[in-house]
Write a protein that binds this ligand. Sequence first.
Ligand code: CAO
Length: 425
Amino acid sequence: MTKALKGVRILDFTHVQSGPTCTQLLAWFGADVIKVERPGVGDITRGQLQDKPNVDSLYFTMLNHNKRSITLDTKNPKGKEVLTALIKSCDVLVENFGPGVLDRMGFSWEKIQSINPKMIVASIKGFGPGPYEDCKVYENVAQCTGGSASTTGFRDGLPLVTGSQIGDSGTGLHLALGIVAALYQRTMTGKGQKVTAAMQDGVLNLARVKLRDQQRLAHGPLTEYSQFGEGIPFGDAVPRAGNDSGGGQPGRILKCKGWETDPNAYIYFITQAAVWEKICDVIGEPGWKTHPDYAKPPARLSRLNEIFARIEMWTMTQTKFEAMDILNKDDIPCGPILSMKELIEDQSLRATGTVVEVDHPERGKYFSVGNPIKMSDSPTEVTRSPLLGEHTDEILRQVLGFSDHQVAEIHDSGALDPPRKVAAE
Ligand code: CAO
């Protein structure tokens, strides 16, 4: 079976998390992704958070499946020649260097265009043009500057970052979509273009409902936020709303049987208006179906703490999975809080390839998250990440067509080696 992006070649200049997320997705869709890494070092994540000594970390392996690796010192003159050849033979260059790095390397947008006018140059930066455009940015910086942290956590506590990597992986996803759109446009125009995704913008896009609420605030309190029912006035910015649901249907995380010892014995419970009567029956409050204080959603808004306390009395009598079974029979929206341990063991996620087992020659078997996007005509087979420089010669010969003599010259130039240390006298 063919793959959606078969025939597309990516010059992958990415590192750490945001860019590699993007190019891994493109690889899963069938693109030939050539990861260019600094000789001797490679992507810095190879050596970060290592759980086994001298073996590529899970941080690296889980973000770089299905890619090939070439080591190249792009500051070496011969290295620049090889990079130029790569630009000529690839369709897309993806990078998430710090601001200005590519220009300093001698490969500005104009230069790349002159080498290959069809090339799409896709970049992730922390910020778009503006006061912070020159800043280096990591995940949590983006979560904080993109509006997520100010709206996450409890009203009376600190702003919180979330465990989901919405700044890095989220922006990688945004960039991948931009690249695919640019490839499609190129089929009509024949031209490349610049595609840029700023991490601040990506996070704000994912926090869009909070920008919505910011504007609703001008017209009165946010009645679905718990603080409304608690009689606490709103300020001039969207507050943190704990576990209140982001939509118009009130929701909370509630304790389930075993919560005293299991930190994940909880369920998310939504009091969706359409199933309110069924909720009343399940929790043993049939009188609430007609009582004027509880029957209609507006009446309930000022009583959410009391209502959820009563629902929790019921959820505490069930495990999160029992509660899920009972509630789903009545289409009452809910979700158990699943730990990473439970997710890695989940057989249905294994069956769909969302959790995959991968074998690595140095680390052995490990689990990873497979492609969350399923395509009927372009299935994903997850293959292991490359060792540092594993495909250097293969790429020089097969992709770039260099002869034995040329390859030997490139080796001799030092462009494939770590910068030489000067011995102390
Ligand atoms: N050969 C020679 N030099 C190379 C090279 C290669 N193959 N690959 C990289 N380099 C050099 C660059 O040329 C650069 O040198 P100069 O600063 O002298 O121009 C140097 O490596 C450092 O590049 P960098 O600024 O990208 O790396 P950093 O570790 O200093 O910063 C990061 C890392 C992530 C903060 C920065 O790249 C960044 O802000 N990226 C954009 C935002 C982003 O993606 N952040 C998410 C990171 S995941 O949390």
